[in-house]
Every structure is written in C-alpha cells, then in structure tokens.
Design a protein around this ligand. Structure first.
Ligand code: GLN
Length: 493
C-alpha cells in the first residue's frame, strides 16, 4: 500500500511519480483541495494558477512518465513562490505585497524559478508577504494579513508568512521565501514547518526584488529538513547574473551524521528570560538535553555582541532599502500617479500613494543614516560593528560546529498585538539577524508545542558554505524529535 501523499518525503514522492505509482495529477488535486478549503480563511495567495491549468501541467508530467521520458528531480511537485521573486507568467504577478506593484508582471524568471521549472517542479502560485519583505508578521502586506493555521487569530510570522502557511496547510510541498533578517526561519518556527536560509551567495538573487542586498538570501520551506535539502540542492548554484553569487562546490546530498561527534555553542544571551518566553527557552533546553543524551557536547558561552545585533541590522537594512527602493518612482518601476505637472509631483504622488507606512518609515530612516553628516555616526559605524560580529562568530566556529538557540523570543502573537509599536516588532528579530549579518546558513526546525498548542522552533546556525552539513545535522535531529510531523489540528487534510 502506498502511504498518503503528504506523508512521503519529497524524494520518495518524486520517485513514485516517476514510476507512475502516484500521478502528478492526484498530487495537484490534493493541494488544490486544501487551497479551495482554506485559502479564504488563511489568505495565502497573491496570485494562483487557475486549477484547470495547474491540472493540465500535472497531466503533462504524467504523460511524460507514460512515454518513458526522463524527468527532473522535482517532477510533479507543487511549489509556491514568495511574491518578491520574479516569474514570467500571464496569471502570476510579482507585487511584493505592495500597491506600487499591484499590476506588475515580471518580464523574466528569477534564476531560482528557472531552476525549479527545469527540474519539472510545478509553480502554482505567489505567496503573500509583508510589503517589500519588511516586517515580522505579514501584517504589513498591502493586501490584508495572512493567518496562522494553528490559530486564526494569530500571525504566521513574516515576512514570508504565507510561504510558511502554504506548507503548514499542505497547499504545496515546497515553498521559496526570502530571508533578510529572519523572514524564512521566524515564520517557519511560528507555523511548525522547517525553513532554511542558506549561506549568502549560495542561491542566486537574480530576480529577487532587493530589500537589503548584502543580507537578502532566497531559501526554502518544507515539511522536513530532508525535503528542504532537496529543494536547496535544486535552487543553489553559481549564477553569473548575480555579482554576489558564490563560486563554490555545493556538496550534493545528505550525509550520515554522528551526533556524538558534534559540538554546539549555546549563547547565554539566547536563553535570557528577560528577552525570551520561558517556553521558548524550555524548548531549546529540551533539545539540548536530547542532544547531550546522544553524546553531543553543548557549551554555554557569552556572546556579548548580541545586544548590538538588532540596531546594527536595522541601520544597515534601512540604508540598503532606501537605496534599493529608489527605483520605484512611477517611471522606471511602479504605478504612476500624477497630481500636478512637474516631475517632482509625479515622484511624490506615485511614491506617497504606492508605499505603505512601514516602507515609508524605513526609506526615511535609511536616507537619514546615509546622509552627509550622519553617515559616519550610523551607517559607517554599523558596518564596523558588523565586522566585529563576523569576527566573533568566525572564531566561535573554530571551536564549535553549530550555534544553537531560539528562532524567535515568542511563539506566534495575536494579529494587531505589535502593529502599534514598530520597535516591539523589530525586537522579534533578535535571534535571527545574526546569520544574515555574518552571511552564515541557518535553519529553523519545529521542536515543541507551547502549552496553548502553538509551534516553537529551534535554530541551528552553521559555518559558511556548510549548508549541506547543517541540513544533514537537522535531519539527524528530526529523527530524534519528530516534531516536524505534528500538524495544525484543523488543517490535516
Ligand atoms: N523582520 C525583519 C525586517 O523587518 C526581517 C525581514 C526579512 O527577513 N525580510 O526587516
């Protein structure tokens, strides 16, 4: 007997599709059934393929199987793409969750989309997000918030909240998101799925609408680390169209990990009850004791620069954002609105009506920290602190294999709970921005349910370019914990 579709690993499912034992069409029908049932209450998609077109695409995979044609590594797998990743399609737009790109159809595929399609993945839709990836709850989307399947009154995290939900509610089996300061790991943690931000440069940013270019990285969400590993192996690789793309040999495939050989660093600042909820700390500690039982070494260390992470990140991210978003002026990009007959009024009206409050706040603060007279005091200084943090982390990695700790200081919070105070929202990123500032790979894996039944993830941060090792270790840990198999009660379809 064949196990239900959603219980198979991606690799097994693709193998069964290629053997003709499971049809790609039945997989597509299963995900569309979940979409039809739950998209209205969860608000996952910004645009979605018409069902008949998605089914026809799946049938074309089944026809190739029948004809004995060779197929790619993601044959027949429904995938969602965050709405800041370009796709050339008549139905699928690239709005970045913003009004300014309300009707934007990208004129080309992002490299990651090309790579997915080449491996016969079926890209079915674009997922909702905080406007221009700025936020931690998906509430900054100009098109209404996405809701958390574990509790509809709560946020799914952000900015790739809907990408995480598309996996949690099985509306797809692989989802691409972007992570500038935690936007893959934090929603993965809040929705009980697995999410990886790769090493900076491992995945091409060509076709990703830029937020903070020195921090942005595309990565994936799936129901397990094993599935994420297959997704990442498909989308990674050097790309001459991205000048920051890394020329490294990515090790394909997962390796067997002996947990007793590993050394983890647990930063004391990461388990500080003044910052994180007791349940979040308990989740990390429970995993730590499981790891100890398996023979791993865990050492607590102070990481004094932790207090500077959030300010450093936000100064750099705002500065880069203010520069990157200059292109949305109603002429080069963005819908044009005119009120008066000067060029300046065109810029002003287009940008004032096109951008939401949070984006405007960041453009203004970013412009300020870059301005003459303040550059050295803010942007220049933040760059120096980033270097100090990078050095500190590099030296930790001469002693340790991984840094372990929480992803977010709290489980999913209520809609509206933090919208009034942007600083409270920014503090949600305290544990996630380290990996972006240091360009290291980091993964969030589900490790606990809170007393009120909300998922909590634990984060592992690895050495640069050791993404495959990080994933292999996460796979070994998921064999111990099994929390990745726990599903949101009403969304088990
Ligand atoms: N929450 C962070 C921010 O608002 C991170 C967002 C992201 O990773 N795109 O900048």
């Amino acid at each position: 007997m064949i196990a239900p579709i959603f219980e198979l690993s991606l690799e097994q499912l693709v193998a069964d599709i290629k053997k003709g034992q499971i049809s790609a069409k039945s997989v597509m029908n299963a995900v569309y059934q979940n979409i039809e049932k739950h998209n209205a209450s969860l608000n996952v998609f910004r645009s979605l393929l018409d069902k008949s077109r998605a089914l026809a695409w799946a049938e074309s995979i089944d026809a190739k199987v029948k004809n004995g044609e060779s197929l790619g590594r993601l044959a027949g797998i429904p995938v969602t793409i965050k709405d800041n990743i370009c796709i050339l399609d008549t139905e699928l737009k690239t709005t970045c969750g913003s009004k300014i790109l309300e009707n934007f159809h990208a004129p080309y595929h992002a490299t990651v989309v090309e790579k997915l399609i080449k491996e016969d993945a079926l890209v079915i839709g674009k997922t909702n997000m905080d406007e221009f990836a700025m936020g931690s709850s998906t509430e900054n989307s100009a098109y209404a918030a996405t809701r958390n399947p574990w509790d509809l009154e709560r946020v799914p995290g952000g900015s790739s909240g809907a990408a995480a939900v598309s996996i949690a509610a099985r509306m797809a089996l692989l989802a691409l998101g972007s992570d500038t300061g935690g936007s893959i790991r934090q929603p993965a943690s809040m929705c009980g799925v697995t999410g990886i931000k790769p090493t900076y440069g491992v995945v091409s940013r060509y076709g990703l609408v830029a937020y903070g270019s020195s921090l942005d990285q595309i990565g994936c969400f799936a129901k397990s680390a094993e599935d994420c590993a297959l997704g990442l192996s498909v989308i990674q690789g050097y790309d001459e169209r991205d000048s920051t793309s890394a020329q490294v040999n990515y090790e394909e495939g997962l390796s067997e990990i002996d947990l007793s050989q590993l050394k983890f660093c647990l930063p004391l600042e990461y388990i500080d009850e003044k910052v994180a909820d007791a349940e979040v700390i308990a989740s990390v500690k429970e995993l730590v004791s499981l790891l100890k039982k398996s023979g791993a070494t865990i050492e607590e260390r102070s990481l004094p620069l932790t207090q500077h992470l959030v300010p450093t990140y936000y100064i750099l991210a705002f500065a880069e954002a203010s520069s990157n978003l200059g292109r949305f002026d109603g002429i080069r990009y963005g819908s044009r609105k005119q009120n008066g007959d000067t060029l300046e009024s065109l810029y002003k009206t287009s940008r004032s009506s096109g951008f939401g409050t949070e984006v405007k706040r960041r453009i203004m603060l970013g412009t300020f920290v870059l301005s003459a007279g303040y550059y050295d005091q803010y942007y220049g200084k933040a760059g120096k602190v980033r270097k100090m943090i990078e050095n500190e982390v590099e030296s930790l990695f001469t002693e340790f294999d991984f840094i372990i700790g929480p992803v977010s200081p709290f489980p999913a919070f209520k809609l509206g709970e933090k919208t009034e105070d942007p600083l409270l929202m920014y503090l949600a990123d305290i544990y996630s921005v380290l990996a972006n500032l240091t360009r290291t790979p980091a993964i969030s894996i589900p490790t606990k349910l809170s007393a009120s039944g909300l998922p909590i993830g634990t984060q592992l941060i690895g050495r640069k370019f050791q993404d495959a090792y990080l994933l292999s270790t996460a796979v070994a840990i998921q064999k111990l914990t099994d929390y990745h198999k726990v599903r949101a009660p009403q969304f088990k379809g």
